[in-house]
Ligand binder design. Structure first.
Ligand code: HEM
Length: 49
């Protein structure tokens, strides 16, 4: 397997989060998903280091 499970899961959750936030452009859900995406990126960085 080329990609690890962490990379696959964070990749698709991030893709879904970004697309959802591009469609739903304001409100508390937008903010929540946005911060969740930041955490996903940090998780990916920590996984890679
Ligand atoms: C066309 C795309 C986008 C537009 C027009 C847009 C617009 C906005 C607006 C107007 C706000 C402030 C209002 C509010 O909090 O309800 C906001 C906040 C925020 N957006 Fe977006 N957004 C877009 C895409 C994204 C994407 C792709 C992400 C991340 C994946 C994101 C993450 C956030 C976050 C974390 C906040 C909260 C910031 C804060 O309260 O300091 N946004 N966005």
């Amino acid at each position: 397997m080329k990609w690890t499970l962490t990379v696959r899961i964070t990749h698709w959750l991030l893709a879904i989060g970004v697309i959802t936030n591009l469609i739903n452009e304001s409100g508390s859900i937008h903010r929540f998903i946005g911060y969740a995406c930041v955490l996903l990126v940090l998780l990916r960085l920590m996984d890679g280091l």
